[in-house]
Design a protein around this ligand. Structure first.
Ligand code: PEP
Length: 250
């Protein structure tokens, strides 16, 4: 199979003011030719900063994405942001179905799928997040839970160019805990099989990111796991040095 070009994506969550745009400039500055050759880089700042971040990142190897979108293109949905608006602001990607959205906003698999379809309608890459809770892992249900999330959340007609899957165990997010590399390998291999059975040849090339407490010191080990094609990084994406330190694992 052709090697899959890795993606290291940062999720700033509800962090970042205008002053934080300097980190994006520093990321672009620190992204040398060898890093640029090895990996795609993406930063997803809060919606308030997407347009300015896209301006700061223009002409650099850093792409900019949103953290969520509404399923509709426009309308009476106070406070929501559509995929079309993100694209208009300069985003090329959007995260959908992050576990914090699923938990805080009750997003179901169906809602996540509709958001992923909205991303595609607007020409954005959808980064669809899946992952088990601690209780689900302890009950031995991880593979079933993630398989069910994939079946319910992945949009029809996805391709390797417009879909990224992020496996993020909920208990590993922001906790400093990570699964063993064997556990990551088991889940990623299952996700690959599901993608190949759903999308055929395209499924072999869809990028599958690992997310959950990735930092420079554990990136090399996690990113070397088979079928791990990059990382989705929360806390360690807020500072250019940490983010580039993770990308440098490639
Ligand atoms: C995330 O929320 O996508 C994430 C992986 O967070 P952290 O890296 O902080 O665990």
């Amino acid at each position: 199979a052709k090697p899959v070009r890795p993606l290291v994506a940062g999720n700033w969550k509800m962090n970042g003011l205008k002053a934080s745009l300097g980190e994006i400039a520093a990321m672009a500055q620190g992204c040398d030719a060898s890093l640029r050759d090895a990996v795609d880089l993406l930063v997803c700042p809060p919606a308030t900063l997407v347009a300015q971040a896209a301006l700061s990142a223009a002409g650099t190897p850093i792409a900019v994405g949103g953290q969520d979108c509404h399923a509709k293109a426009n309308g009476a949905h106070t406070g929501d942001v559509s995929a079309e608006m993100l694209a208009d602001a300069g985003a090329t990607h959007v995260i959908v179905g992050h576990s914090e959205r699923r938990a805080d906003h009750g997003e179901t698999n169906e809602a996540v799928r509709a958001k992923a379809q909205a991303a595609h309608r607007a020409g954005l890459v959808a980064i669809v997040c899946v992952g088990e809770t601690r209780a689900e892992r302890e009950a031995g249900r991880t593979l079933d839970v993630v398989r069910g999330q994939l079946a319910g959340s992945l949009p029809p007609g996805a391709t390797a160019r417009n879909l990224v899957v992020a496996y993020e165990p909920v208990w590993a997010i922001g906790t400093g805990l990570t699964p063993t590399t064997d556990d990551v390998a088991e889940v990623h291999a299952m996700i690959r099989r599901e993608l190949e059975s759903g999308l055929g040849g395209e499924g072999a090339a869809v990028r599958i990111l690992y997310g959950g407490s990735v930092k420079p010191s554990n990136a090399a080990e996690l990113l070397a796991v088979p079928h791990v094609n990059g990382a989705l990084v929360g806390g360690a994406s807020l500072k250019a040095d940490d983010f580039l330190g993770i990308a440098a694992a490639y």
